[in-house]
Write a protein that binds this ligand. Sequence first.
Ligand code: ADP
Ligand code: MG
Length: 633
Amino acid sequence: MRDKSVNTTSPVVDILKKVFGFQSFRPNQEEIIRNILDGNDVFAVMPTGGGKSLCYQLPAKLMKGTTVVISPLISLMKDQVDAALENGISAALINSSLSPEEMTSVVRSFRNNSLDLLYIAPERFAMPGFCEILRTVPISLFAIDEAHCISEWGHDFRPDYLSLSDITKTFPETPVSAFTATATGKVQNDIISKLGLRSPFTIRASFNRPNLYYRVENKRELKTQVLDIIKKYAGEPGIIYRTTRDSVTNMADMLKENGIRALPYHAGLSQEQRKANQEAFNRDEVNVITATIAFGMGIDKSNVRFVVHADLPKNIEGYYQETGRAGRDGEPAECVLFFGREDIPKIKYFINQMPDGPERTVAVDKLNQMIKYASHNVCRRRQLLFYFGEDYADKDCGACDICTETVEKVDITTDAQILMSAMSRTGQRFGTLHIVDIVMGADTKRVRELEHDKIKTFGAGKGRDKNHWRFIVDELLAQDVIHQDGDRYLVLKLMEKGKTILFGKEKVSALKREGPKKKLRAGKGGGFEKYDEALFEKLRALRKELADKQGVPPYIVFSDKTLHEMCRLYPASLSDIAGITGVGAAKLERYGDDFIKAIKTYLNETPSLERFKKQQAILGENCKGLLRGQENN
Ligand code: ADP
Ligand code: MG
């Protein structure tokens, strides 16, 4: 089974176009596929949304025998099988969710050699007799998805994966490919040695996700800030991450009260409830899921348009993985972190519960990196990639708040002096809220009791609002002019630099940014073209209807990328629509007519668009070229 090489370019590209409906490969896909077809083992680290599935699904279609995919989660397997079936690839799964009859039927198809793809859970390998069944049929490839689960060094270790150890010894004739989105060098070596991969062709792809826009906003009025984001995306799916179960529940309730279809997800809910909520999100029945980090692996939903972190994450690894769930389809998506310094002591509190030792030191270090990410005026993308050991050379990434928002440099020396004077005159023993109260001349019980209304700077900053003073505090903290001290209750203290500024020996300035109000933003090569939003709404509804009929999630019928392209090019015939990204032969036949009809109806109802449409048609070829160009970035 190792001699199935295909020696010309065409069959591979042909299948890419006909079966998957894609015009070009994403980075590294083609090399990986060629190595698989040459019978080599493969080890690939590619970011979430990088298109790992295609790397084994395409060869599966081309090679004789069945490709066996090992995947950790039942829900994930089901979606992948559905997606393959939608593309006309013959696929099935074996896991504990099957009834005995279903099981028999799958094994029969497998034995008849009629499956291109068979998905199985790793624990099957430990079951007596299962490997014997596998031996009865030619297997073209073992593809191990989420391969980092085999390593105890990784963060998602699953003991079940250990039953894959030495798979290469059990099936010496069959090539093995391992895929993951996260693996440090140490984890990589561990995976390769546990599986026994034989001089694998190895890929470590860039972690850059050009279609993701990163933004940090100071957390002020969380409710309004979150509602604003959801409003901006008008009904399109998003995830809101929070730290605690209570805050997840409260946030979901708040959203529901405001008329938003939202559901919670955390480890405290029953397994059925979690499954139902995830399913509702997957099927676009709810718009927003509020979740702890328990909501993670097993979401292949490709049309998540925004990921919000409403609390500070503990480290950049976790943060990056969670934001990675946005925009898997390659279309623009936004990742917003609401940064409040009051979250820092909460995380520190947990870190302090750890036994004293290197692990605790590492945790503190990681938290500090996270804080730095949120508070420094340095390109977010560059900071994230730097963390993963990549040097992002571009000066302007084009898709983060730092690189794109209009900034104004303002002198804040006087305000800083007012604030620091209030701190100093009260003995540097108070936190942000109280200091801001003093500066603003607030009449609070605490101020009166402590007689802080008697100090010289009381009310000196009355002219500006609370947000302004919080901004000044944040800036001074970020610039190491002042610092926060204390474990649970944080007090503001002056640093050396603070003293020189307070005594007028140095000046301090800050960058004020204007937040983006518009929806579409993405980085270089990340796709930023406009599309007809009114038509998109119609096609989205149609997609949902067809998906329900078919019993699959909407994004499996067509991705947002596919719909967006239709909303730019207004395809009018089957051959037009066949040229759209993501429309392969099977989907063309199944859905082509429905979409053409919907587009026609829309155009008839919107006659002013006719002329525009004609222009688009003339430009069509160029647009397609452009779209292809983006895929190669
Ligand atoms: P991963 O497993 O690496 O996170 P997936 O395999 O789920 O990523 O792919 C993410 C999305 O990208 C899917 O919607 C998939 O259809 C799409 N995709 C994969 N390869 C291509 C390609 N060459 N052109 C366009 N879209 C692609
Ligand atoms: Mg995947």
